[in-house]
Design a protein. Structure first.
Ligand code: ZN
Ligand code: ZN
Length: 182
């Protein structure tokens, strides 16, 4: 009985006759066991391919998003650099009072320090001989001292700067940032 072949049980795929125990109904169609397994394998394969494709797409979208984000950050950084860099260079050139030390200075001292920034550039460019700057407090010329390889330029009257005066306001070849010494 169990191995009995019923003639009306034919596989829709391979057309083989098979016994009742091997009947597999897929979408209302009769398949033999072998074809049913193949069908199932195909189905699983297709499903997993679809899943893989979807995963691939997702990761592609993700990496695209990352790329966009990185490009945006890069552009922002470049923008910041474009804005900040000239300012930094400007401030280094002495359009803004930057100097060594933490002393709070007054307007005239700041002006004197600005002059020293210009002088610092002249020292570096070896054009100090053309320098005709004077200290804004006394209108006296700056004092140039040559010490071995070093060129030092002093404010002629540091004692007249600020409320109590300073020991020295100077800049040199080896120390190109103006210094205010208390
Ligand atoms: Zn079959
Ligand atoms: Zn001065």
């Amino acid at each position: 009985m169990s191995n009995e072949i019923i003639s009306n049980l034919k596989c829709v795929k391979c057309n083989k006759e098979f016994n009742k125990r091997e009947l597999n109904l897929i979408n209302g169609k009769r398949y033999c066991s072998q074809c049913a397994i193949e069908f199932a394998n195909e189905f699983v394969k297709t499903e997993s391919d679809l899943l893989n494709e979807r995963a691939k797409e997702t990761s592609e979208v993700r990496s695209k998003k990352w790329k966009t984000l990185i490009i945006c950050l890069f552009v922002i950084c470049m923008g910041i650099n474009a804005v900040l860099l000239p300012r930094m260079i400007k401030s280094l050139k002495g359009n803004k009072v930057i100097r060594k030390g933490a002393i709070k200075t007054d307007v005239k001292t700041d002006k004197c320090i600005k002059n020293l920034w210009q002088i610092s550039r002249m020292i570096q460019e070896d054009s100090l001989s053309e320098m005709a700057l004077v200290c804004p407090v006394s209108k006296k010329p700056y004092i140039v001292q040559q010490k071995d390889e070093n060129t030092i330029v002093f404010c002629p009257n540091p004692n007249r700067h600020g409320k109590r005066g300073y020991r020295a306001i100077r800049v040199s070849r080896f120390s190109p940032i103006p210094e205010v010494l208390e």
